[in-house]
Design a protein around this ligand. Sequence first.
Ligand SMILES: *Cc1c(COP(=O)(O)O)cnc(C)c1O
Length: 287
Amino acid sequence: MNDIAYLNGEFIKRDQAKVSIEDRGFQFGDSIYEVIKLYDGQLFALERHLHRMLKGINRIDINFNYNLEELKKICKQVIKKNQDYPKSKSGSLYIQITRGAAPRSHEFTSDLEPTIIMYLLPTKKYSQALRKEGAAAITMPDRRWELCSVKSTNLLPNILSKQEAKEKGVIEALFVADNKKITEGSSSNVFIVNEGVVKTHPATDDILNGITRSIILDLDYHDFVVREEKFSLNDLYDADEVFITSTTKEVLGIVEIDDKKINNGRVGPITQKIHQKFKNYLNEYLD
Ligand SMILES: *Cc1c(COP(=O)(O)O)cnc(C)c1O
């Protein structure tokens, strides 16, 4: 099976979609990306993702002329072109925009043609058992740069941390900045619950402001509050509950960190309530 990719205005078979060796995305990681989840063939939170992407493009000065509506149309066309493939039902749409191809040189000019790529990814499966029982994580130093708010493809610190997590048999590496403050995971945002208050790092340049994270902050809750507030490594270890969020993971309980049990190794009630609220929002969105 060969699905259809979008490359600079054309729809072609994914294994035939090629970019130049001089592309700055390949040479320097000079590019931005998005992963948008499909539920029953529908792109969830499409506008939020595209809005974040356009902000990132603007932040790093890529010469890009598409607006939100034009991008939305292309995204939907990619799904349509692939409607016979299972990935177009429950996979994810991957988008990457690079600054474009040019003879290799660190500095760039403002006239480059950006490279635009879109194609479907299969979904990573998180089993019901894992959702129910929760997952384990480790902490690692946050070795990233000072503009983590940009979803750039410069992911070397992220991938090396995730690989270490995998080798230790856990699901995620949670980043500790300046030896004390928890920022986020290698590809997820992290929340703690402390005496009925749910906290996640504020949306500064120290974290990537996840769409899942921002939806959770936007929802209304009755018996607890969710707010943006910094917390320490000790707060993380001592938390009543910990969970991580991302487009593919949704809300996932973390019950063990660095071999220390959280909530006696069980997914907590507030984590479950927030995940349920998120799923309700998702179902309303898709209706
Ligand atoms: C993409 C990403 C997330 C999660 O963001 P979502 O929009 O919810 O998928 C969190 N942290 C990092 C570093 C990311 O790259």
